[in-house]
Design a protein. Structure first.
Length: 224
């Protein structure tokens, strides 16, 4: 039996769930809306125990998913679509975002973590311009198995969170900011240079990568 499905324009890796515990996901950017729909449909037919997921979907792709896959759940904030039932939630991932402008990336991270089997809580608008806001949710941070901290501008929030709790922190820089933020590069460098231990960093705007990593941590922790 082949370990992939050849659709002509793509070869779906149907063996990935067996190898890694997580099935392949459709990265929608650069694909046509019809390609996204076709990939989602075939992924949903695989017996992986997870729903099919497509990320980075354009407005046109999300609209076509709604039309051709009426059972799919489309999240316009996260720019994602999910086809199939969510798995049982194991462990807890807390997604912490600095500002409302970071919400698209935070929403992607939260949805991806749910699809990959973690329970998810969200803490929004707790950026460093008002430190009392993050201090007020310290107990909630401590209770999680893994934290995803999303921030743009100077990217300081993960360092602050890393100094408040010993929970593993996945930092996600966003492309939010004025000119000297260089499309998220300033936040990325700030997070990479964090003096707080226990902070790892994903690529700019990569809520997907953070969501998968945090879900794996939460699932493993819950099995102990």
């Amino acid at each position: 039996m082949s370990d992939y499905v050849d659709l002509g324009f793509a070869r779906l890796d149907t063996d990935r769930a067996a190898r890694t515990g997580d099935p392949e996901v459709v990265f929608g950017q650069g694909k046509t809306p019809q390609q996204v729909v076709d990939l989602l449909r075939v992924l949903a037919e695989q017996d992986t125990g997870r729903p099919a997921l497509a990320t980075r979907l354009s407005d046109e792709a999300r609209q076509l998913v709604r039309e051709q896959l009426p059972d799919a759940v489309v999240d316009d904030t996260a720019r994602c679509a999910v086809l199939g039932a969510l798995p049982e939630a194991l462990g807890t991932v807390c997604v912490v975002s600095a500002g409302t402008s970071d919400q698209a990336v935070a929403a992607e991270a939260a949805l991806v973590a749910r699809v990959h089997g973690a329970g998810v809580e969200e803490v929004r608008d707790v950026g460093v311009a008002g430190l009392h806001r993050i201090l007020s949710v310290r107990d909630q941070l401590d209770a999680a198995d893994c934290l995803i901290v999303v921030a743009g501008m100077e990217g300081a929030l993960p360092s602050v969170v890393g100094g408040l709790t010993g929970v593993p922190v996945v930092a996600v820089p966003t492309s939010v900011g004025y000119g000297a933020s260089f499309g998220g590069l300033s936040a990325l460098l700030g997070m990479l240079n964090s003096c707080a231990p226990g902070v790892v960093v994903c690529n700019i705007d990569n809520g997907y990568g953070a969501g998968v990593f945090a879900a794996r941590v939460a699932r493993r922790t819950s099995q102990r």
